[in-house]
Design a protein around this ligand. Structure first.
Ligand SMILES: Nc1ncnc2c1ncn2[C@@H]1O[C@H](COP(=O)(O)OP(=O)(O)O)[C@@H](O)[C@H]1O
Ligand SMILES: [Mg+2]
Length: 251
């Protein structure tokens, strides 16, 4: 479904991502590990369209998307989260989700006024969808709370929930467990497994290797912009190359 071929991203003379290739199938749960500065977030930015690579190819559902803007990629089902989540603090959790629903009718004020009943039906559809997403992520109890009072971990879940409102095919998650308490980490992991069972592909960046081992079906390790190792999580973690790269690093 996602086919990244020899992507290179440079910042002036510095090569942050160096001819990286990656394939992701529907419903696959891929772990992407690597020490700080390995190029993981930059790779996500290139795939999701926030950064233009200077070489390589990105195919998504058979189409070359390298020139597509990030919002088009998201509309087609390729979404990412950020290391630091962005939510509307003054809105409630439910309102945050509804604000993320796809808006097929951009002049919806007029449409709502003219076709109030149709609009109400549409709204109830999205409220039902929002409730299903909140339920899946185990956060129905915070539905009516303002987003600004939430913990860092809950804000990460809201960001994921907002993405799920658009029914994505693949989600790139950038450090979903960083700064999250262990209980919530367990719940996020459970939710990610459920999503992959539903056919949504996930690529999860995490530098804590053990967390990825229990989650991912395939593990990719980056180091200094390149792919260092790839394959079965246990085998990759035991490989000498990976052990050496992580020596003295954050494991
Ligand atoms: N906007 C930028 N300008 C210049 N250098 C950058 C920029 N973003 C990232 N880098 C550099 O690119 C490398 C990879 O960064 P990043 O993709 O954030 O790594 P990771 O997410 O694996 O920790 C790092 O050396 C970082 O300093
Ligand atoms: Mg990063």
């Amino acid at each position: 479904m996602l086919f990244v071929e020899k992507i290179t991203v440079k910042f002036d003379a510095f090569t942050a991502v160096d001819e990286v290739s990656l394939r992701v199938a529907p419903g696959e749960l891929v772990g992407l590990a690597g020490t700080n500065g390995a190029g993981k977030s930059t790779l996500f930015a290139a795939i999701a369209g926030q950064m233009r690579p200077c070489g390589g190819r990105i195919m998504f559902n058979g189409a070359d998307i390298i020139r597509q803007a990030s919002h088009r990629r998201a509309a087609h089902g390729l979404a990412r989260t950020f290391q630091v989540p962005r939510e509307f603090g003054s809105l409630t959790v439910l309102e945050n989700l509804l604000a993320a629903a796809p808006n097929e009718h951009s002049e919806s004020m007029m449409a709502a006024w003219l076709f109030r009943r149709a609009a109400a039906r549409r709204e109830s559809h999205w409220i039902r969808h929002a409730d299903a997403v909140l339920d899946l992520l185990g956060i129905s109890h915070i539905r009516e709370l303002p987003a600004k009072g939430l913990s860092g971990g809950q804000k990460k879940l809201i960001e994921l929930a907002r993405i799920l409102m658009r029914k994505p095919k693949i989600v790139l998650l950038d450090e979903p467990f960083a700064g999250v308490n262990p209980v919530l980490i367990g719940e996020i992991m459970k939710a990610l497994k459920t999503l992959s069972e539903q056919g949504i592909a996930l690529v999860v960046v995490e530098h804590h290797l053990q967390a990825l081992k229990s989650l991912a079906t395939r593990l990719v390790v980056m180091d200094q912009g390149k792919i260092l190792a790839e394959g079965n999580p246990s085998e990759v973690l035991e490989s000498e190359k990976v052990q050496a790269a992580y020596m003295g690093g954050v494991v």
